[in-house]
Design a protein around this ligand. Sequence first.
Ligand code: MOS
Length: 687
Amino acid sequence: MSVGTPIDRIEGRLKVTGAADYASDRILDGMLYGVPVGSTIAAGRVLRVDATDALAVPGVVAVYDHTNIGTLHSHGSSSLKTGIVDEHRAPLSGDDVQYYGQYVALVVAQTLEAATEGAAFVHVTYAPGAVHNAPITTDEGERKVGSHRGNPDKAFAASAITVDQTYRTPVETHNPIELHATVAAWEGDSVTLYETSQAVVNHQRVLAQMLGVSLDKVRVFTHYLGSGFGGKLWPWAQSPLAAAAARRLGQPVKIVVTREQMFMNVGHRPQTVQRVRISADADGRLTSLQHDSTNHTNMLDDYDENCSEATTYFYSVPNLRVTSGLAKRNVGSPTSMRGPGAVPGLFATESALDELAVALNMDPLALRLRNVPQRDEGLDIPFTSCHVGECYELGAKKFGWQQRTAAVGSMQRDGMILGWGMAGCSWIADRLDCEVRVELNPDSARVFCATQDIGTGTYTMLAQIASDALGIPVGHISVSIGDSSLPPGPMSGGSMATASVIPPTIAACKDALHKRKSASAEETVVGYGRSDGTFGGEPKKSSHSFGAHFIEVTWQPEIARLRVRRVVTVIDGGRIINPKTARNQIEGAIVFGVGMALFEETRYDPRTAAPLNRNFADYVVASNADHPSMDVTFLDYPDYDLNPLGARGVGEIGLAGIAAAITSAVHHATGVRVRDLPVSIEDLLAP
Ligand code: MOS
């Protein structure tokens, strides 16, 4: 059996030797280089693009703007079937500017250097308009009531113990190591796109629409991804731009988005503001919960962060209401970032739980255990498998939680003040439509699926699943993914890829084994499998992953040093296909959570709406020195309602809850409750 064993990544050697081909590595004959020019206003109109000086730069072959790019179609409504995109409008499709950095021209040249120089010589004249950039508020936007049960207002008013607080999370920018990139090459009326995409099938659908060609004329490759964190789920403007320029020029065009442009043109987690009202009886049983959230979106699209995604089922509480609203601002479109909705949402609700525990004079762990849900009370259906209580208990034991003393600043070690905090976490578990082909040879096999490996281990897991299903050693299984012409597979998103590929891979292997019975021993036989997704349907049971984090921070007030030292995490993620890649996901998410809690924030100039810290010097992410020691445990309860191996997903859940556990630990150490991320040293030096 290979499933359940911590084997190395089958593509690991290719990656560490540099042989893995990433999108921007692609060099084609006659390839040209595109460099987009970004707007220096956040709102208004382009009056004139003067390309004279740019065209005079040696090597520059063309400059495009909204008057001469040719026809690019905006994308219609987003759905899994028609393709999903967050910035619906095609690039260069009008003279209006909606955000700072929006592409207003594209310079194409024989070299990257010439294109970069040319871009600096494009002179754009603007008519600036009013910039909408004010901080967002909880009552902003048309209020949409989500889940609702009982009478939360009445229960809240009648409760002796209440918390009513507002929490804020800032804009965070996805910063995968690998920059967004597109290489577009036409042959006749067909285009090949080398992309860094978390969803090659979706990319094909969206680009076919934007380019006005049929689906079979677009082929998208993403052999490897230098991660994405949600930022590469949907296509961004550089892709249709590269394709449009390549079509006009009859030569391949490469565009690599710069790190600076990553802060403007390829999505971000929106800022959120969330009011949480929560009440309990004297024993700590929740009596009501209200969660009202707002996120910003851009002027033309409606990106909804869905902060209350987990609120409705994660707590047992009879009276509940969640509402949401959108606030239009002059920013590029937000998009999904690792754990969209639940991650900022659980920061708010798990922080409120900690505040409630303080108000009750109750241990925050005991408060969680008292309110563990037995079923999904939001949908009023049972869970497929939920062991969050065991996550809390085992995590507490491994951490040594029972030694915690409640008083602020009461725990010390080596002259440092200790803060201990904890929080729960949860994330959806679903499947997407998936088809798989398996070619079975006498003693080897190859698995084909148009999914991709964002770095989570999809190559390896497909080989493990097929190995067990075929009875062939994993080393004899090869895997072809990252090509939209293969049998359509799931996006690498929503932590759904692993669960999605299991049923059709097993079915395709069985089909191939069956066909081999009537074939000669030397023949290659081909098996097919497909399965319908569960995502977006009307479930009879509620399937989620669960977990708990216990965190120790140290605080040295004399030098204002705050460190996250130690994290114990227990995850109930169903059957774990590969404990090594799974642990890697949770550990990476914990570090991501340290960044979210303590460092990450994209700041915009209040006057111009330009992101100010759009580089790695000023936008701080967690570094090696910020890594805590991490102890990750997986419970082993296969969830057979979801697929025959009982696997759920672990890509996102590890980030949920971390920030709340850290700010709760910070409160325990310092007495300062930070409700507006990230925690800054200034917050802790309050008089
Ligand atoms: Mo994840 S934000 O669905 O890539």
